[in-house]
Every structure is written in structure tokens, then in C-alpha cells.
Design a protein around this ligand. Structure first.
Ligand code: MN
Length: 263
């Protein structure tokens, strides 16, 4: 049975995160916690031209706790560094999967080489929730540079036609980059959504998210050849979501504790 389109989320007007990331907030757990679980939030930075500078653009040291941040770069180059000892450069087609778990402090900047040359930046930051029992996980960092391609699909996480993506995840997640029309089979009952990055599908354009029904196990993305998108799927986490700023936990008490310890 086909998954059905529930709604198209258009995202906010662009706003700046630090001085490096002009993003549209496509969705957030503040009003979509149930529909998009285990995904908490997605910011999309559409292609933006930066002039050359020797100044560092981005966001300085800040904490996170209770979830994971996934950064996908399409154009430009970023440099991350965190208190788990993780960090490094990620360029076009590469992904950084950071587990904040019980707590991490990190910085997110344009790489020095990209800053000094200037150029176009296009990227996504996705927040992925952790179950209560995993929120105390050891912080960690995965740089994903070898991402398998199966026809029109790049498998960042999960499994597509028997090919596993490199990301280690705490719950079952399918994160697939799509190029051109494609037919997908996904587990019945999973959360499912398609972010459009270029081209158009079902009236959704770059930066819009097509939210799909939990029911159904087939999805035909009957888009044109110029279509690029990101499929987000996974097993929902059926737990309360309470977050504030850089922390996402299960209760208000845990948020107060996080601010007392790290905020
Ligand atoms: Mn951050």
C-alpha cells in the first residue's frame, strides 16, 4: 500500500544561526514531536554565496545533551570540533553524525579554506532524538565520507535494497539522499518524510518537506530528473519530548538539571 501525503511543511523565512548559517527552520519538535519522531528538528541552509574572509564564520562553543546532531553538506566546507575529541572537515556529499548523549560542547564553523576562498554553502542540520535509556550515552562523533550509492539512492543510515549505510544509530533510522525519480519500500508504521532540495515533487520545492502517513510501505517519488531530496524514515520513539535551547530530554526536571550543569 502506498504511503499518503499528509501535509507539505513550507518552513520558516530564513534566519541566521551565528554568522555562518542562513537557515530555514523546516520543522521542529515544538509542534511536530509526534509526526516526525525520532527526528526533532531540521534546518535547511539553501545555497548562499559567501565572500572571502579571514574571519571565522559560524557558531562558537555551545552545549548539547540528550540527542544527536546530523550535518549534511552539499556545497562548501565546514569544520567541527567537540569535547569528545571528535571533529574534522566535512565537504560536499559528506555527513557528520554527532552523539551529544549525556553532554557535549562543540563549535561549528566554515572551514578556514572555504572561508578564505569564499563560495557557495548549502547544508542541512537534522536533530535526531535518543530514547530515555540512551540519553546518557557516551558522547561521540562519526564522520561519514564513504556513503554507498544504489541507483538514485545514497544510503547515509539504515538499509536500502540490502545495502547498509555507514551511520551507527541507536534506533532504526533510514536516511537516504535521493536523486531523480525513485520507488522506495519502507517498514509499515515508520515515520516518513521527504525534504525537497531541488526540483519539485507534489508541489513541494527546495526547503519544503512532504510529510507522509505512518501507514503504507511503498513510496513512489514520481519527480523529474532534476529532483534532489532527502528521505527521513524511522521507528518512532513513543516517549515525552521536553526540550529547551540546546537540550532535549523527557521531563522539565531533566532540562533544569541540564541548564544547571551545562547551560
Ligand atoms: Mn550545535
Amino acid at each position: 500500500m502506498d504511503k499518503k501525503i499528509v501535509e507539505i511543511l513550507r518552513g520558516s523565512r530564513p534566519h541566521w544561526v551565528g554568522d555562518g548559517f542562513p537557515v530555514r527552520s523546516v520543522f521542529s519538535y515544538h509542534d511536530r514531536a509526534r509526526e516526525l519522531s525520532p527526528f526533532l528538528l531540521l534546518d535547511y541552509a539553501a545555497p548562499h554565496e559567501f565572500t572571502a574572509t579571514s574571519r571565522r564564520r559560524g557558531v562558537g562553543a555551545h552545549p548539547h545533551k540528550g540527542f544527536e546532531t546530523v550535518t549534511l553538506v552539499y556545497q562548501g566546507e565546514l569544520e567541527h570540533r567537540d569535547s569528545s575529541g571528535g571533529g574534522g572537515l566535512i565537504g560536499p556529499g559528506q555527513v557528520q553524525w554527532m552523539t551529544a548523549g549525556r553532554g557535549i560542547v562543540h563549535e561549528e564553523y566554515h572551514s578556514p579554506a572555504f572561508g578564505e576562498a569564499g563560495g557557495t554553502l548549502e547544508m542541512i542540520q537534522l536533530w535526531v532524538n535518543l530514547r530515555a535509556r540512551d540519553k546518557g550515552a557516551e558522547p561521540g562523533y562519526q564522520t561519514l565520507t564513504e556513503i554507498p550509492e544504489v541507483g538514485p539512492v545514497r544510503v547515509v543510515a539504515g538499509e536500502y535494497q540490502g545495502v547498509r549505510g555507514p551511520a551507527q544509530t541507536f534506533t532504526r533510522i533510514n536516511l537516504w539522499e535521493l536523486r531523480g525519480p525513485v520507488e522506495l519500500r519502507v517498514p509499515e508504521g515508520d515515520t516518513a518524510a521527504v525534504l525537497v532540495l531541488s526540483g519539485e515533487w507534489q508541489g513541494a520545492r527546495a526547503g519544503d518537506l512532504v510529510l507522509l502517513s505512518f501507514s503504507g510501505d511503498e513510496l513512489r517519488v514520481d519527480a523529474g530528473p532534476e529532483f534532489r531530496g532527502l528521505f527521513l524514515g524511522g521507528e518512532p520513539i513513543d516517549e515525552p519530548v521536553v526540550g529547551h535551547g540546546p537540550f532535549v530530554m523527557n521531563t522539565r526536571e531533566e532540562i533544569a538539571t541540564a541548564f544547571a550543569e551545562m547551560g
